[in-house]
Structures are given as structure tokens and as C-alpha cells.
Design a protein around this ligand. Structure first.
Ligand SMILES: [Zn+2]
Length: 152
């Protein structure tokens, strides 16, 4: 693969000059740091623009998403939490839609979508609740009934 620094200037998805200091921006592939849940995580091998003057990093939307995914994946693994495909499998075993599983767990809307995409991950509490439901599927019926009782 050709070094990204050989890319024609017209191809680059980064600004020519830094918005913060006006410095020149180099295109390079290397480590990019991202903050997640109060931790700074370094992700290697990311193409990005970096200001020669102040070091400001510029990422394409695709690269920013990839960095976010990788950081979430690492932190999730380090904490021993269920992986996106495991969550999907639990939900599928219950025959529930994402919205129905969200109601069951008491999370906000679109939360399951993000957990299953891997862009964000569940709390330890939500993780344990999902493991309990996976081990004892009858708990899902119990929670659904409680939810029905509290409905207006
Ligand atoms: Zn700069």
C-alpha cells in the first residue's frame, strides 16, 4: 500500500490549513487518541490529517467511526462485557425487536441499536441483566408483565 502522504493534495479529505492555528496539515497513518468513558485510548494505523503547527488531528467521518468502534471494542473486552453479536443473539433467542428489548431492559430508545453496532457499550448493570435473562429466559416474561402492569 502506498504511503498516504503521497496522495494528491486535491484528493485529501482534510482542510489545507488548520482551523485552530492556520498551520499546514500533513496526511499520515498512525496512532490517534480518543476519549471514551474517561479514558484515553490509542488506536494505531489510522489515516488522519495532523497540523504541523499545533498537532490538531483531522479525521474523516469514516475514520472517526472506525476509531470509536475500535476504542469501544477494546474497553468492552477489557471489562468483560457482552460483545455486540452476543447481545444480538440473546435478543434473537427471545424473539424480540430492538425496541421491545429496550423496553424490557428499561433503556432509552436506540440504545440497543448502538450496543449491537458496537459504537457504545452497556453498563456492567445492563450487562448482568442481559446475562440473567439469557440464562433464565422466563425472567423476560416476568419483566414484560411488570411493564404491562405499570402502563396507564
Ligand atoms: Zn494547528
Amino acid at each position: 500500500m502506498a504511503p498516504s502522504t503521497e496522495r494528491a493534495a486535491t484528493d485529501r479529505p482534510y482542510p489545507k490549513t488548520c482551523a485552530a492555528c492556520g498551520g499546514e496539515i500533513d496526511v499520515r497513518t498512525g496512532a490517534v487518541a480518543t476519549d471514551l468513558r474517561g479514558l484515553t485510548i490509542q488506536v494505531d494505523g489510522v489515516e488522519h490529517g495532523r497540523c504541523r503547527g499545533c498537532g490538531e488531528v483531522y479525521l474523516t467521518l469514516a475514520a472517526a467511526n472506525a476509531v470509536q468502534l475500535e476504542a469501544a471494542r477494546r474497553l468492552r473486552r477489557a471489562r468483560g462485557l457482552l460483545a455486540p453479536d452476543e447481545i444480538r443473539a440473546i435478543r434473537a433467542s427471545l424473539g424480540l425487536s430492538q425496541a421491545a428489548f429496550e423496553r424490557l431492559l428499561g433503556t432509552g430508545p436506540k440504545t440497543l441499536v448502538r450496543w449491537e453496532k458496537g459504537t457504545v457499550f452497556q453498563s456492567a448493570t445492563a450487562d448482568r441483566l442481559m446475562r440473567l435473562i439469557a440464562a433464565r429466559p422466563e425472567l423476560a416474561a416476568l419483566l414484560e408483565r411488570d411493564e404491562g402492569d405499570s402502563a396507564p
